[in-house]
Design a protein around this ligand. Structure first.
Ligand SMILES: *[C@@H]1O[C@H](CO)[C@@H](O)[C@H](O)[C@H]1NC(C)=O
Length: 293
């Protein structure tokens, strides 16, 4: 295993010493999430095992995790709005709060029937994003559930689809790139209308005769460090549940097989990469794009 950088080590110590619980959960939407907006358009079924979001002309809807996390390996299965989903955006992301927030984003931009969704990704650290990468998928994400994962540990952030890594954002603090590691984040998801920009830059409008539009969620699973805010009592590290808990994720980095898979995705399915957009960054590409190791 590769040696950890000193910043990674200190971040890990932070994890172990500060106010955390180590938790694993494969539980229900009732236990882990709050529906936050949309006036009944978000619904939980099957004893908490399935959640659906829907969008109509009047409103979309959304939910968020009850807990805040500082590092985690988080899986969710999503089945996206089928048929003519042009103009709809399904967002699934982690975010902290405040002006200098951190954020790790998946956004799914709908399309006309038969035309491919765009999977849009971004990473914000200390309030600064502008790190978009976009992909087509190698399957139809509306036919079945697929697993979308975020691995967030002190060394890197890895986005995966069905266990295949598609993007890695490394901790490059030593070369001056801020990395999300001090602000706890919640998981958020929402379905809304963005036909002013989403599909072909806003050219294609939402067809409201097809509403309501519905996306489904199941099999949430988090191996994560849960932040217990406020209370000074929560200083000990305790396993809420030890079932299936494995903390290998905390030090996981991409091995060569995973890197090879990621290169395959990026070669064949990546349609936008801020790191190659020299027009956008006339002063020079961001440092994380130029860095090689
Ligand atoms: C929709 O399909 C068209 C045609 O294949 C493609 O150019 C576009 O990137 C797709 N996605 C969105 C969100 O417009």
């Amino acid at each position: 295993m590769a040696a950890l950088s000193s910043s990674a080590v200190s971040a890990m110590l932070l994890v172990l010493l500060a106010s955390f619980f180590m938790a694993t959960s494969a539980s229900t939407f009732f236990q882990d999430f709050d529906i936050t907006w949309g006036d009944g358009r978000a619904k939980i079924f099957n004893n908490g095992k399935l959640l659906t979001l829907s969008l109509d002309k009047a409103s979309g809807c959304g939910f968020q995790s009850k807990r805040e996390y500082l590092f985690g390996s988080i899986d969710m299965q999503l089945k996206l709005v089928p048929g003519n989903s042009a103009g709809t955006v399904t967002a699934y992301y982690l975010s902290s709060q405040g002006p200098n927030h951190d954020e790790i984003d998946f956004e799914f931009l709908g399309n006309l029937s038969g035309d491919p969704y765009i999977l849009h990704t971004n990473v914000f650290s200390q309030g600064k994003g502008n790190r978009e990468q976009q992909f087509f998928l190698w399957f139809d994400p509306t036919k079945d559930f697929h697993t979308y994962s975020i691995l967030w540990n002190p060394q890197s952030i890895i986005f995966s689809v069905d266990r295949i890594p598609i993007r890695e954002f490394k901790n490059l603090e030593p070369i001056g790139v801020p990395f999300p590691k001090n602000q706890p984040m919640r998981i958020y998801s929402s379905l809304w209308n963005a036909d002013d920009w989403a599909t072909r830059g806003g050219l294609i409008k939402t067809d409201w005769t097809k509403a309501p539009f519905t996306a489904s969620y199941r099999n949430f699973k988090a191996n994560a460090c849960v932040w217990s805010s406020g209370a000074s009592s929560c200083s000990s590290q305790s396993l809420v549940s030890t079932v299936n808990y494995n903390k290998a994720w905390l030090s996981r980095q991409l091995d060569s097989t995973s890197q090879e898979k990621m290169r395959w995705v990026q070669r064949n399915y990546m349609i936008y990469n801020y790191c190659t957009d020299t027009k956008r960054f006339p002063q020079g590409l961001p440092p994380e794009c130029v860095h090689t190791n």
